[in-house]
Structure formats: structure tokens, C-alpha cells
Write a protein that binds this ligand. Structure first.
Ligand code: ADP
Ligand code: MG
Length: 445
């Protein structure tokens, strides 16, 4: 059936695409209506899932009188034949490092790829970058704690690792620990379960530099916050450096204990904003170099101007284009980049709708879009709802009643009231103003 399906697919898919995406697929087995296949890497897997899965399933189903479901697995042994295009080099590097240094127990669990050398400083991250450098050069004497916050994919994890790597480079005896707040929580829970709290405490309190990534995840977890609070105090009092990242400003993290919030505000709070075009160009240049992707200036300019502000996404697109170029042995042109990123570009250029605003606002405040449209009077819903109404009025051309309809049938006076309220809030509270401006900026990109 697979061979017959291939014959059929050949007639449906262009020759080049067929040889790039379909040829690498290895059929493995058929179990019930699950058709298992293997591909050499994640890139091809994702691409097939996005572009060809339906077509293949349809073709198989036509031939086999059954509804087949394609299950794609990655088989690393076929991977050698294709060029390495992915970022999975991290693990081998770490392993190698451990091998070389295995006499010493003091190797920090940092990502060695994330250093200051590979971090592009631009206007959007200047402040955080400078603060990170200052802390790396003089730990525990300048800013303590250092609190770095910024949106998803803007370089927080990179920067916090860079601090650790730099400190370690200067002094291999420094005890540096990098933790995601989830990992911190898990270790804590394990220690509680196995009655090893003393061990847990001693371990954390012997650290010189504590790096906690994505602290917002401890929000709402009472015992984790409690323990972290004590860890924080112990380290702080013995003049050890603490660095924390978050996707939100301390005040914006919901369900964060007040005493922790105020601790975070003791030191320096530095933000990372979405990169401007120039910074994006510089980052693309660096990432292209790192991945041996040859990009002309005009393609870089095109990419920097036309797509996402999220650096991780930007990097993903670059890898995708690079992989395509190397798999098809064609040079990268604007035309080609446009073709590959077609779906993404369309998505991004779509006009701003109330639905999109609701989705963005709901995600930001971690509530459901349905709650925005509901009539619930809870404070943590009313405020986001009013924000969404305010932004809808500002970014769409809809009238008050039309906006009201989109919010579950509110009347126009509700909308007007919401807008007035938010305007007032923005005048009085710089944080609220910043949040809303950032939401608007993100939506307008
Ligand atoms: P966050 O933790 O804020 O979500 P990351 O630090 O994981 O973001 O960054 C996502 C990707 O973007 C990483 O591969 C990182 O190397 C890259 N990146 C982000 N900002 C920069 C920058 N200024 N220079 C170079 N690479 C960057
Ligand atoms: Mg991160």
C-alpha cells in the first residue's frame, strides 16, 4: 500500500517537494489504522505534519478502504545521511564538558551556548544586558537580586545563562546553580516526600550564585514560595548573588506572595523589550553565522522587517529556511524565504480583530477568552475585560455597540465606561500604562 500511495503522491506533489519531503519517509508498520513511518529528523517530521500529513492520510485511505492515521517517528540512524540542521548540539557539549572535568564536581548546569559573546545587545535589551554584565563582573556587590523580565523568546534564559557562564569562566570554584522554577519546585516536593528537607536546605544555602529562570511559575504554589523565600533570605544575608527571570514584572505576577514580591524589588529590575529591526538584523546575522547559513543582506532585511519579534521564532524561521536551502541545494533568496514562510506571513499581516485582541489579552492575564465575554464581576476578570474593550476601541474601527456584541452582548454604555476607566488607570498608574502599551504594540506588529 505504501508503494502505491507513493505513486499516487508523485502525481499530486511537485517533483522537488516529493524528493525533499516524501522520499526520506520510511514505512515501518501498520497497526490497526495507525500507519507508522520514520523520518530522519524533527525538521522533516514537523514539515510533513504541517504540509503533507493530510494528503498522505487521504491517499492511504483511498487505497486501503480505511481511515488511516499517519504516525511519524524520528529515527536517528537515518539522520546521518541528511545534514544536521537542528539545535540538538547542546547535549553532546554538556556531556563532553562533564567528561573532561569529571574530577571536579563543580560544573554548573548552564547552557554553554548562551554566553555574552553570542548575545546581541541592542536598544531593546540594552539595560538588561548592561545590568547582567555588571552582575557577572561583580557578583553580589552590585545589584542583588537582579530581576530580569520580558516577553517570551526575548532572551531571558540566554542572558541569565550568560551571567552564570561568565562568572564561572572567571572563577571555576564559584558554586553556580541554574534552576527553572519548575525544577526548584520538583526538587522541593521530592525532598518533602522523602523527608530530606535538611539536605535540600543545605544544598541551596551553600550556593554562591543562584539563577532561577521563569519565576512566574511558582506563583500560586504556596509551599514553594515559602521555601524559596527562606532560601532567598539565607543567600541574601550571606551576600550571595541571586538572579531571577520572569515573563512579568513582579507586580504583575498573580498569586505571588507580597513578601517575595517586595524582595524582588530590593535589587534591580531590568526589562527586555521586543527587538527593533536593527537588533533583529544583527541577531539574524549572528544566528546565520552560527548555523552556517548564508544569507544576503536583502534577505536579512526582509526577514527582520516582515516577521515576528520573538527571537526564538525568528531563529526557527531562519533554521527552517536554512534547512530547506541545504536539503534542496538552492541559494536563499527573498522569493524562497517568502515561499517557505508564506503561512506565517499571511497570519501576521491579517488585520487586527476583536477576537485576536481577546485572545492576546486573555493569554496575558491567564484567563479564558470566554471569561472576557462573560458577565463575571471578579476583579481579575473585570480588569482584563476592560483592557480588551479599550484596545478593541483603539485598534479596530468598530463602534461601541459593535464591540459590545463581541463581548457577549454588552450595551454601549458598558464599553464607554470601560474605556474611561482604563484611560484613568493609565494616567494614574505607570505599570498599567506599560502593560497596555505593550499589549497594543504586540498586537500591532
Ligand atoms: P526567553 O527565555 O526570554 O523566552 P530565550 O533566552 O530562550 O528567551 O531566547 C530564545 C532564543 O533567542 C535563544 O536561542 C536565544 O539565544 C535567542 N536570543 C534572544 N535574544 C537574543 C539576543 N539579543 N542575541 C542573540 N540571541 C538571542
Ligand atoms: Mg526562557
Amino acid at each position: 500500500i505504501w508503494n502505491r500511495a507513493l505513486d499516487k503522491l508523485k502525481t499530486k506533489i511537485s517533483e522537488q517537494n516529493y524528493s525533499t519531503w516524501i522520499t526520506p519517509i520510511n514505512p515501518v508498520k501498520l497497526s490497526g489504522n495507525q500507519f507508522y513511518v520514520e523520518v530522519p529528523n524533527k525538521f522533516i517530521k514537523d514539515w510533513i505534519n504541517d504540509n503533507y500529513k493530510n494528503e498522505i492520510e487521504k491517499t492511504l485511505s483511498e487505497l486501503g478502504k480505511d481511515e488511516y492515521i499517519l504516525e511519524i517517528k524520528i529515527n536517528k540512524t537515518i539522520q546521518k545521511e541528511t545534514k544536521k540542521t537542528e539545535e540538538n548540539e547542546v547535549i553532546p557539549i554538556v556531556k563532553e564538558k562533564n567528561k573532561i572535568n569529571n574530577k571536579k564536581e563543580n560544573i554548573p548546569n548552564l547552557n554553554p551556548k548562551y554566553t555574552f559573546d553570542t548575545f546581541v545587545a541592542g536598544t531593546s535589551n540594552q539595560f538588561a544586558h548592561a545590568a547582567a554584565m555588571a552582575v557577572a563582573n561583580n557578583p553580589a556587590t552590585t545589584y542583588n537580586p537582579l530581576f530580569i523580565y520580558g516577553g517570551v523568546g526575548l532572551g531571558k534564559t540566554h542572558l541569565i545563562n550568560a551571567i552564570g557562564n561568565e562568572i564561572y569562566k572567571k572563577d571555576k570554584n564559584t558554586k553556580i546553580c541554574y534552576y527553572s522554577s519548575e525544577k526548584f519546585t520538583n526538587e522541593l516536593i521530592n525532598s518533602l516526600r522523602h523527608a530530606k528537607m535538611n539536605e535540600f536546605r543545605n544544598k541551596f544555602r551553600s550556593i554562591d550564585i543562584l539563577l532561577i529562570d521563569d519565576i512566574q511559575f511558582i506563583a500560586g504554589k504556596k509551599s514553594t514560595q515559602e521555601e524559596f523565600f527562606h532560601t532567598f533570605n539565607a543567600l541574601y544575608e550571606s551576600h550571595k548573588q541571586i538572579i531571577v527571570t520572569s515573563d512579568k514584572f513582579p507586580k504583575e505576577i498573580p498569586d505571588l506572595e507580597e513578601r517575595l514580591r517586595s524582595r524582588f524589588e530590593w535589587g534591580l529590575i531590568a526589562d527586555i523589550q521586543a527587538p527593533d529591526t536593527e537588533t533583529k538584523q544583527a541577531i539574524l546575522n549572528m544566528k546565520a553565522d552560527q548555523n552556517n547559513i548564508i544569507l544576503s543582506e536583502d534577505v536579512i532585511y526582509f526577514l527582520a522587517n516582515s516577521i515576528s519579534n520573538n527571537v526564538r521564532e525568528l531563529e526557527g524561521y531562519l533554521i527552517r529556511i536554512g534547512a530547506y536551502a541545504s536539503l534542496t541545494s538552492t541559494p536563499i533568496t527573498i522569493q524562497m524565504a517568502k515561499k517557505i514562510l508564506k503561512d506565517i506571513l499571511i497570519e501576521n499581516s491579517k488585520e487586527i480583530t476583536v477576537e485576536k485582541i481577546q485572545k492576546t489579552v486573555a493569554e496575558h492575564f491567564q484567563i479564558k477568552t470566554s471569561e472576557l465575554k462573560s458577565s463575571k464581576r471578579l476583579k481579575n476578570i473585570v480588569f482584563p475585560r476592560q483592557v480588551a474593550m479599550y484596545i478593541s476601541r483603539n485598534l479596530t474601527s468598530l463602534s461601541y455597540p459593535e464591540i459590545g456584541t463581541k463581548f457577549g452582548g454588552k450595551d454601549h454604555s458598558t464599553i464607554i465606561h470601560a474605556i474611561k476607566k482604563i484611560e484613568k488607570n493609565m494616567k494614574e498608574d505607570i505599570y498599567i500604562k506599560t502593560i497596555i502599551e505593550k499589549l497594543i504594540e504586540n498586537l500591532s506588529i
